[in-house]
Design a protein around this ligand. Structure first.
Ligand code: SF4
Length: 377
């Protein structure tokens, strides 16, 4: 699947249902261009930008240092609203999963995962996905369309609203010591972000901009299924952390689990990782490895993995499979997961076993959207 095949008919809408242009997701010079076309002075753009990204306001009325007639004009022509949460599920472990409804009625999942010292937001990049990874629930949903930069940023801004975490709003609640704030972002939700590259770049640049959402690139991770041809460019353009869905130690198994491997086989993916510009001892590439019983979880797989990753600054995230009906897979046994991890650790790799999160709230990526589609049909 080429990058260009994901533009055109998969493009997101450029205006909302009322015909207003979203200001979220426009770079500052683009805001200048759009408001000066409506005879507003350019300096207003910086004020608007500040209200949107520093104060987190959700309507123009709250931009109190703008004249009233300017606020009225902005509200007529532009939007800064958030998506509606169709469903909000909170797990007993604190994980929150939102099903968000976009301006054209499409739905996406966004997940907040609080941990002891950090809180991570898992952000979607597409509605559905083309890649049909066999263990992934989103892989059962056809690609509907790409998300715009606006819709990617809206997920982060929605989470800041819901968690009451706008640093300059003056309303941010003090969190109790044992609850982490939203500190990290992973582009690991529905979709393949490198197939929606331009919108991801636009959104993450605003996300990292000190005058934008001001999230450090060290706290942002982009997760790819291994689109080797785009990996280097992603590092050059964004400099964010990289995660790669590996999930197998041979091309034979990986092609069965992830058909994209036929286009970008293991050797090509790993070569691209070797050239990832910002990879270093302190910013290792994360290789995701889902544990599927009797499929990819043998000791031999672990040994092969240690050889494949040699020479790459890497860390392996071992992920117990979140079982879902119809997947045809089971999670590996605890004993085998332990054995797999030990082999990697003995070879000198960091190989944490991720604790399953949100198992009581349809944890598999895409599961909540599928349930919502079923309920509507
Ligand atoms: S794992 Fe990622 S790339 Fe693969 S089907 Fe799921 S959402 Fe798409």
């Amino acid at each position: 699947m080429s990058i260009s095949s994901h533009t055109g008919r998969f493009s997101p809408p450029t205006v909302d249902a009322a015909g207003r242009v979203p200001l979220i997701g426009l770079a500052l010079p683009e805001v200048v261009t759009t408001i000066t076309a409506n005879d507003l002075p350019a300096f207003r753009a910086k004020q608007i930008w500040h209200w949107i990204y520093k104060r987190g306001v959700r309507n123009f009325t709250d931009m109190i240092n703008l004249p009233k007639d300017v606020r009225v004009l902005l509200a007529e022509k532009y939007s800064i609203e958030r998506p509606d949460a169709v469903t909000s599920l909170r797990s007993t472990d604190g994980t929150i999963k939102w099903l968000l409804s976009l301006s054209d009625g499409q739905q996406i999942e966004t997940v907040f995962i609080p941990e002891a010292k950090r809180g991570t937001l898992c952000v979607s990049s597409q509605v559905g996905c083309t890649l049909t990874c066999k263990f992934c629930h989103t892989g059962t949903q056809p690609l509907v369309r790409n998300l715009s930069a606006h819709e990617i940023l809206q997920q982060i801004m929605f989470a800041r609203d819901a968690l009451d975490e706008w640093p300059c709003s003056g309303e941010g609640k003090q969190q109790p010591d044992d609850v982490s704030k939203l500190t990290n972002i992973v582009i690991m939700g529905m979709g393949e972000p490198l197939f929606n590259y331009n919108n991801i770049v636009q959104a993450l640049k605003i996300c990292m901009d000190p005058d934008g959402l001001a999230v450090s690139k060290r706290r942002i991770t982009l997760s790819t299924s291994g689109i080797a041809s785009m990996i280097r460019q992603c590092g050059d353009d964004l400099g964010v952390n990289l995660a790669v869905s590996l999930h197998a130690s041979t091309d034979e198994i990986r092609s069965k689990l992830m058909p994209i491997n036929k286009k970008y086989p293991l050797a090509e993916v790993l070569e691209a990782c070797r050239t990832y510009p910002i990879a270093s001892d302190v910013r290792r590439i994360t290789f995701e490895y889902i544990m599927l019983r009797d499929v990819n979880d043998s000791d031999d797989d672990a040994v092969r993995l240690t050889k494949l990753l040699r020479g790459i600054y890497s860390k392996i995230n071992i992920i117990p499979f979140n079982e879902w009906e119809g997947s045809g897979f089971e999670c590996s046994t605890e004993a085998q997961i332990g054995s797999f991890a030990r082999i990697l650790e003995n070879a000198g790799y960091e190989a944490p076993v991720r604790r399953p999160r949100g198992r009581d709230i349809m944890a598999a990526c895409g599961q909540l959207r599928s349930a919502s589609i079923r309920a509507r049909t």
